[in-house]
Design a protein around this ligand. Sequence first.
Ligand code: PLP
Length: 471
Amino acid sequence: MSTEPNRPSSLNGGTTPAGTPRGEAARDHLWGHMTRHSTWEHGEVPIIVKGEGHHIWDSRGKRYIDGLSGLFVVQAGHGRAELAEAARAQASELAFFPLWSYAHPQAIDLAERLAHHAPGDLNRVFFTTGGGEAVETAWKLAKQYWKLVGQPGKHKVISRAVAYHGTPQGALSITGIPGMKAPFEPLVPGAHKVPNTNIYRGPEALRDDPKAFGRWAADRIEEAIVFEGPETVAAVFLEPVQNSGGCFPPPPGYFERVREICDTHEVLLVSDEVICAFGRIGDMFACNDYGYVPDMITCAKGMTSGYSPIGACLVSDRLFEPFRHGTTTFYHGYTFGGHPVSAAVAMANLDLFEREGLNARVAQNAPVFRRTLERLLDLPIVGDVRGDGYFYGIELVKDAATRETFSDDEAERLLRSFLTPALLDAGLYCRADDRGDPVIQLAPPLTCGPAEFDEIEQILRGVLTAAWAQL
Ligand SMILES: Cc1ncc(COP(=O)(O)O)c(C=O)c1O
């Protein structure tokens, strides 16, 4: 137990079985992910204790709208008893068995179902426990594939500036956020970055012409492949809508051109749909929303709506072909990859999607979500509202006319010191992020509709108006 003076007492949150106030035990023993621990040391540890529908409650009993589905995860909303029941039933029947040379019914059924939703010949599913592992899997698989087909020099990857692809060292190499990588350098070599599809900050001459901008952005990928040498490049990793930086949708024609470039130079296209799959944009896989067929899809988060962890890398028949013969083996795996309980929960979650028509619901409501959030453009601090489906970013600026952004110090004060607590005080859980320019990220459960959009807009309006006043 801590004996340090001047630490805030945990107001609430109950006690641990050992009798320690939970906030105190969190400060002493829990290492938060991506967490600045000074905020726990000098402030209250936010402890979330319950979820129901699109609401969550903290340990003081305060209720919030979950404007981020936890972390782009809880598609079906909180408190779904049938998903909990699927986990219970599966744990009673077969709690665990690995996919190492064995199969179990839940992984087989889920693999078939995912393949059914995927486009083209993406018929093979390699399960992981999360998104970063799926990305890691895709890069390793791409490298071995090219070795097997006689192009052993193809090992490099291209991805986009500011994009986040996970924390394993390969996935982190693919990630385009220098500040997150620096503490761990040197990372896996051979990962090169190209501009993303942020048209709001794109070359000025192209900002009013999305098609030309899309062509320009896609051509940067070709430029990088040619510069590195196509005989050295294994794959391009792209999210359908890039999250980090604040929701950059693909401009018209972008993925068509990227597919063409990848085919020309024999480079694999990986659609990283860790956020965008399972209805976040509309379809089960967002590449279907944008009409392109990748060679691999990485996915995780929404597959179970978060009721149990799982991820997957979906692979085309063409890529799987050389692994089908003789002694060839993909020496890669995770003890918990494709866990029976998680696979059973994923099946129940996808049943729920079908029964409640969640994909169609997103397609129908997405324009209303956009229009509702665009009302915020009348605030001087709101520079851009962008996104697709149930996935939006709101970029905050110092001067909407010139698009001038905040200095690092201002962003720090605005996002961390003011916005994050102010949004929570006002009852909205979402994310104020500055991995690129300052943005507010929104991704509510797919069960939300116009009434919740209005509520979110009203809360944002109040908090952003106050933010502007205190600048
Ligand atoms: C696009 C993308 N790829 C990969 C990951 C990593 O997933 P995980 O946190 O499940 O490892 C994330 C996480 O947010 C992501 O957004």
